[in-house]
Design a binder for this molecule. Structure first.
Ligand code: SAM
Length: 335
């Protein structure tokens, strides 16, 4: 690093201003594509970042150019000291957001408001209670949907994320988009990604073209309005004419957005991942506890970031299980 370059700029010139922090490896759902069937070995508590460490780490990242922090997990709201962590992060000059399954959001409405957390992404893969139960292995659809409605009514900026999987929920694409008719939300269809133990298979992918075909078959070609891409976008966004909300397609597998990537991830056990698809992690927590300087470790991790999807430049590499089988499942990385 020279003195004019931030430690958060990688060798490809990308500035990383968006940090996702996983607060917990635990979750109150068991989504089949996220959590391996037999669960994951949980880290001993002493190996997880404390609230103090999360604050210290976040401050270093913010000092070096991070302007947005997303809290995730596991399920971030199962962490007992969630509000204490939120209160600490709210002191930093950073935009706070969260990704949650919404099952516990009713308990935190006032905390979110008090500490300025306005952007809430909720994961919901089906609008059918039976299918929800099948994919999450928990019978909690009613609570999840009620809480999403509450968040909208309370004025939060809500995005609903649905992972699309063939023969599971691609027949619900129109139902999901109909949610945006009278609700000013953004529904995002996410491509199913390969992780350790999640039975990924490229036949289960639903492509952007398939989504758009279903949309135009139902609503008509003229009703589909493409929206301009946002800076550092991950979703290609659209709107149905006359609808209050919008919808987007996140095609990280078939059509990645690595050129504009500004994201880095910190796992609950204090490891930095420079790319979601990378098998490699940089342990920040252990060396930090031994007195090493965080800046040097972060700089090295960013310099190792590959131009495209952890070096897997073509689709065949990505679909080769040998190349991603060491990548922890999403529950452990923090989605
Ligand atoms: N518990 C929270 C939730 O449910 O939103 C936060 C963590 S969850 C791991 C974050 C996001 O990762 C969710 O939107 C989930 O759908 C997504 N995710 C997990 N595994 C995935 C996979 N294999 N492919 C695509 N998205 C995945």
């Amino acid at each position: 690093m020279n003195s004019t370059t931030s430690i958060l700029t990688d060798t490809h010139g990308r500035k990383h201003s968006y940090l996702r922090i996983s607060l917990s490896e635990k979750c109150n759902l068991r989504c089949t594509y996220c959590m391996p069937h037999d669960g994951i070995p949980l880290s001993p508590r002493s190996h997880l970042m404390t609230a103090d460490e999360i604050e210290t780490f976040a401050k270093v990242f913010v000092d070096h150019g991070v302007t947005k922090i997303r809290l995730t997990g596991g399920e971030p709201l199962v962490r007992k000291d969630f509000t204490a962590i939120l209160a600490r992060l709210a002191k930093l000059p950073v935009k706070l957001s969260i990704t949650t399954n919404a099952l516990l959001t009713h308990r935190f409405i006032e905390d979110f408001k008090r500490y300025g957390l306005h952007d809430i992404n909720v994961s919901l893969d089906s609008l059918n209670a039976e299918k929800f139960k099948f994919i999450t292995r928990r019978d909690q659809y009613k609570k999840a949907f009620e809480n999403i409605e509450q968040l909208i009514q309370e004025g939060f900026n809500v995005k609903v994320n649905a992972v699309l999987m063939k023969n599971f929920n691609e027949d619900e694409i129109v139902d999901f988009i109909n949610l945006t008719k009278a609700r000013a939300i953004n529904v995002r269809f996410i491509e199913f990604m390969p992780f350790d133990g999640n039975a990924w298979n490229k036949e289960k992918l639903v492509s952007q073209a398939e989504v758009l075909n279903r949309v135009t078959d139902h609503f008509g070609v003229e009703a589909l309005q493409p929206l301009p891409n946002e800076k550092n976008f991950t979703a290609r966004n659209f709107k149905i004419e006359g609808f209050q909300g919008t919808f987007g397609i996140i095609s990280s597998v078939t059509n990645p957005f690595c050129d504009s990537c500004n994201r880095i991830r910190l796992t609950a056990d204090g490891k930095l991942k420079n790319c979601l698809f990378s098998n490699e992690e940089t342990n920040l927590l252990k060396p930090f506890r031994e007195g090493e300087k965080l800046e040097d470790l972060i700089d090295a991790a960013l310099n190792a970031k590959k131009a495209v999807r952890a070096g897997m430049t073509d689709f065949d590499q990505l679909t080769n299980p040998d190349l991603h089988s060491n990548n922890r499942s999403m529950i452990a990385i923090g989605g």
